[in-house]
Design a protein around this ligand. Structure first.
Ligand SMILES: Cc1cc2nc3c(=O)[nH]c(=O)nc-3n(C[C@H](O)[C@H](O)[C@H](O)COP(=O)(O)OP(=O)(O)OC[C@H]3O[C@@H](n4cnc5c(N)ncnc54)[C@H](O)[C@@H]3O)c2cc1C
Length: 428
């Protein structure tokens, strides 16, 4: 049974399923072999099983071991670069398709939770909080842009008084509420999706790192002790894929972000911080994100480590940010700290495509991936059932290597982030 444990975190300690799975030690044949059991892999597997495919999922560690089991749990709609950038890249006609899909991932998550009765503490409502006038102006444009693409029901601008009813801090001057945003226990969502995959006949193997893919009419996917021959392969290893497919690694960079979790605060104190129980992220280039857990802890994340080295003292990095937002929590006990990796692309748009005619990949949602990865699974199932238009829209997005090449991309990116953070601090 699975030897690899989940990274120590609040989520691992409050996981509602401790099921372990076999490692692959046989030779199998299937329709689709999925590499990676995070949201991208599990969402693909689920949509494919619903469409009648036989599916085998190979996971190097455990279900939800990567970003999907460690993230802030925030259901953030749209993409890490927004529709105006997509418009200027692909033109208005093609951008319409992206606009229509921008809120679909969040709907898929809710459908999954309801249809398959996944217990993962879903709460509705997410807020983008502005620290200065420039950011507030950006949120006004953001709302207008999303509304232009038909997302008119769920958005509400918050002024100075409005944001204080949502977050009890004097850091923000306003915000944008997305009622169709929200938050979940991310690991329990992944574990529930994995259970559903298995209940629909899919097979999942843990501790089964893929070490090689032989391309061909029927690609063969190799682990240390087994093989899967498939009609199609879906690559969903994201920031943890390593060097399996070097052609993908050249245009994306793993980055770390850190999360801390307080002791349970009690109903009254928790309610005083976030009275509506919405999740919040600020609008800084290197943003802070936070929310309450079901047992009323504050889960607070932020910081980016380019190149994804694990920082030594996470509490020393994140606690000052937490206290800047909520000085009333001075002296609070921190029960958990952890780090996880997401995959950054230069454009911040997902890296999607095919290798040959039967290996598909989707990765690199650059920070906001909870919703997009769920959409990605649906797009992959669509393309394998002969409807390629929406998958191909993403696949057509251009991607470029990071400046500085492999050796210098980390310091160059850190320098760029320092510049944008300075602009945030100065409000310019
Ligand atoms: C700390 C943190 C906080 C975040 N907060 C948010 C948030 O609040 N909201 C939001 O929208 N996004 C957030 N994100 C981003 C979001 O979590 C990710 O975009 C998303 O989970 C990516 O899912 P994935 O399935 O593509 O990758 P992952 O969840 O990382 O899954 C990839 C899986 O593939 C496996 N794998 C890799 N290589 C192989 C191989 N060779 N063989 C077999 N298996 C392999 C890995 O072990 C891993 O389990 C956050 C990310 C982090 C790290």
């Amino acid at each position: 049974m699975t030897a690899t444990a989940h990274t120590s975190s609040y989520y691992a300690d409050s996981a509602n399923d401790s099921r372990e799975r076999n490692s692959l030690s046989e030779v199998l044949e299937t329709d689709v072999c999925v590499i990676g059991a995070g949201y991208t892999g599990l969402s693909s597997a689920l949509h494919l099983l619903e469409a009648g495919f036989k599916v085998v999922v190979l996971e190097a560690a455990r279900v939800g071991w990567g970003a999907s089991g460690r993230n802030g749990g925030q259901i953030v709609n749209s993409y890490s670069r927004d529709l105006d950038v997509i418009e200027s890249t692909v033109g208005k006609a093609q951008a319409k398709l992206f606009g229509e899909m921008a809120f679909e991932g969040g709907r898929i998550i809710r459908e999954r939770i309801e249809k398959y009765q996944i217990d993962c503490d879903l709460k509705n409502g997410g807020v983008f909080a502005a620290i200065n006038r420039k950011q507030m102006g950006h949120l006004q444009q953001q709302k207008a842009l999303w509304e232009r693409y038909g997302h008119t029901e769920q958005l509400q601008l918050l002024d100075d008084a409005g944001i204080r009813q949502v977050v009890n801090t004097d850091r923000y001057i306003g915000g944008l509420l997305d009622k169709s945003g929200g938050h979940i226990h991310p690991l329990n969502l992944a574990l529930g999706e994995a259970r559903t995959v298995e209940s629909l006949g899919g097979k999942i193997f843990e501790d089964s790192a893929v070490v090689r893919i032989d391309e061909g009419e029927y690609p063969i996917v190799h682990t240390a002790n087994g093989q899967v021959k498939a009609r199609f392969v879906v690559v969903a290893g994201n920031a943890y894929l390593g060097k399996l497919l070097p052609q993908l690694a050249a245009k994306s960079m793993p980055c770390g972000t850190q999360v801390i979790t307080t002791e349970p605060l009690g109903e009254e104190l928790a309610h005083s911080l976030l009275p509506q129980d919405y999740c919040v992220e600020d609008c800084n280039y290197l943003l802070d994100y936070f929310r309450l857990s079901a047992d009323k802890r504050l889960i607070y994340g932020g910081g980016v480590v380019y190149g994804a080295r694990d920082p030594e003292n996470i509490k020393a990095i994140i606690l000052p940010k937490l206290l800047k937002t909520f000085p009333q929590l001075k002296g609070v006990r921190i029960d958990y700290t952890w780090t996880g990796n997401f995959l950054l692309t230069l454009s911040r748009l997902p890296q999607v495509g095919r290798i040959g005619s039967n290996i598909y990949y989707s990765q690199g949602c650059s920070g906001h991936g909870v919703t997009y990865t769920h959409l990605a699974g649906k797009l992959i199932a669509e393309v394998l059932t002969g409807q390629a238009e929406r998958f191909d829209a993403f696949a057509s997005l251009p991607h470029y290597p990071f400046p500085g090449g492999h050796a210098l991309r980390v310091p160059f990116s850190a320098l760029g982030a320092w510049y944008y953070s300075l602009r945030d601090k100065l409000g310019i």
